[in-house]
Design a protein around this ligand. Structure first.
Ligand SMILES: [Zn+2]
Length: 343
């Protein structure tokens, strides 16, 4: 970190202003060309994997994260299908379903579900490029949060690549309302900020609000461990519909009225709304870049976030791409040539 400082070196000057005859013989002045450093894209240092249960499928699924070259983005690949192996870019235009979780698919319909918690971990870790292999239809749920994926990435380590990191900057407000649900994006100063509000009839959840400036630090300490949740009545209905087959108290908070069924209780008093922030980060990363903007969600879902992102990207005046410079605290964002279109 350069801390926002433009360093200048002054040679030693010992002036005696009380002596009118005293003039400095020479003044050494140099201003080395130390400017904020362009942030490089990152990938994993080595491959790493884990195994877990898919929340909806109930299948035991193996997950492997591999390094990938600059400008690859996050790409998924199913390795369990005969003739499979097609790469599915984790991009907004690969999303085929976002009712219960976020599903991406290739043009043949080969899909990977529940990508959002892993995508949020990539965002929080600052990973731009990775290949994700799964041998089933869904990313394993692990404990229902992003924490286990962050742990994997920290174990693998990260390396910088020879390419600048670019961020998507929101330039114009965009919003829409759908009944009691509302989502919006407005421009912000050099960060992704997320406000979220939920309001559930179940007394154990009730109304919760939170607001975070999303950095690696806040993601890790405040957001990454918040688990997905469900109402006991809905879990029963989902199971009857063939969903949530892998759901358990090991990978979700389950609520029944004013009771939390998990013996160990909550990780944060407002863990539910924090998980909604986590979901939004994962879904927003489907734009392929970190975001400079202020996102607000009120009782909104994966589908609402996805629809808002599509509205933003459909308006060429509503966003641009900028190089990311390492010049904290607030970070300095230097203008770059706007890209003509998202790939
Ligand atoms: Zn979630």
């Amino acid at each position: 970190m350069l801390g926002g400082m433009f360093l200048k070196e002054f040679g030693a000057m010992n002036l005696d202003f009380s002596n009118p005859n005293h003039k400095p013989q020479s003044v050494h002045f140099s201003a080395p060309a130390v400017f904020p450093r362009s942030v490089s894209q990152k990938t994993l240092k080595t491959s790493i994997g884990c195994t877990g249960v898919g929340l909806h499928s109930g299948w035991r699924v193996g997950l492997k994260l591999h390094p990938a070259a600059a400008n690859t983005g996050i790409v998924f690949r199913r390795v369990d299908l005969i003739g499979g192996g097609t790469e599915i870019p984790a991009r907004w235009n690969s999303v085929t379903d976002s009712r219960l979780c976020t599903v991406i698919a290739d043009e043949r319909g080969v899909s990977v579900a529940t990508v959002e918690h892993l995508m949020a971990a990539f965002y929080g870790m600052g990973v731009d490029n990775a290949l994700v292999e799964v041998n089933g239809p869904e990313v394993p749920a692990m404990d229902g949060s992003s924490w286990p994926f962050m742990f994997l990435m920290e174990c693998a380590g990260l390396v910088e690549l020879q390419a600048p990191r670019k961020a998507l900057r929101i330039r114009k407000p965009k919003s829409f309302t759908n009944g009691t649900k509302r989502v919006s994006f407005t421009p912000s100063q050099g960060e992704l900020r997320i406000d979220f509000e939920i309001d559930f009839k179940a007394a154990a959840i009730g109304r919760q609000v939170c607001s975070f400036g999303v950095t690696s630090e806040t993601f890790k300490t405040e957001i990454s461990r918040a688990r997905t949740f469900g109402l006991l009545s809905e879990v029963t209905a989902l199971r009857e519909a063939g969903l949530a087959r892998g759901g358990s108290l090991e990978n979700a908070i389950v609520v029944d009225g004013d009771r939390i069924l998990n013996d160990a209780g909550l990780r944060h008093a407002n863990e539910f709304v924090r998980h909604k922030v986590l979901d939004a980060i994962g879904d927003l990363y489907l734009c392929g870049h970190p975001i400079i903007g202020h996102f607000s969600g009120t009782c909104s879902s994966h589908a609402d976030t996805s629809r808002l992102m599509q509205q933003v990207l459909a308006d060429p005046q509503g966003w641009d791409m900028i190089d990311v410079y390492d010049d904290t605290p607030a970070a300095v964002w230097h203008e770059a040539q706007p890209l003509a279109a998202m790939a």
